[in-house]
Write a protein that binds this ligand. Structure first.
Ligand SMILES: [Zn+2]
Ligand SMILES: [Zn+2]
Length: 140
């Protein structure tokens, strides 16, 4: 069972947040935007209800970037250290939480891979989770 609230923070510690409701879903996104935003092969993202996110410190350091052609994708990050941080997704009624920013165990690990058709050539998936070529209903 997950602890409540779950705590998270950025690399420099300027921004801290809490999730006051349990996570509803988690997946790994292999799209090119997530690769650029994280510098990694994929982005493990946790989803919580829209009203579950509370910034407890450093909210003034938050910055956001939305690619001009993006419908929903928003990269939210700490202006001091650049770490990805949770972003609101009102269109889908949830908050996207980069799982690497969590300090606590959410009690839920990724349940699927999405945007697998867009993954990098050097990105080898080595688990047995379901793979979706593009988005899921709860995806980014
Ligand atoms: Zn920071
Ligand atoms: Zn993505």
């Amino acid at each position: 069972m997950e602890k409540a609230p779950l705590k998270g923070s950025c690399l420099c510690g300027a921004v801290c947040y809490e999730l006051v409701a349990p996570p509803v879903w988690a997946h790994v996104c292999h799209c090119s935007r997530c690769r650029k935003a994280t510098g990694s092969a994929f982005a493990p993202n946790l989803f919580v209800p829209l009203d579950a996110l509370r910034f407890t410190q450093g909210e003034e350091h938050l910055r956001a970037f939305q690619p001009p052609d993006a419908e929903r994708f928003v990269h939210r990050f700490c202006a001091v250290c650049g770490s990805p941080l949770p972003s609101l997704n009102p269109g889908r009624g949830n908050v996207v939480v980069p799982m690497g920013s969590l300090d606590d165990d959410p009690g839920l690990s990724p349940q699927a891979h999405i945007w697998v058709a867009s993954r990098a050539d050097w990105d080898a998936i080595s688990d047995d989770l379901p793979q979706h070529p593009e988005a899921l209903g709860s995806g980014d």
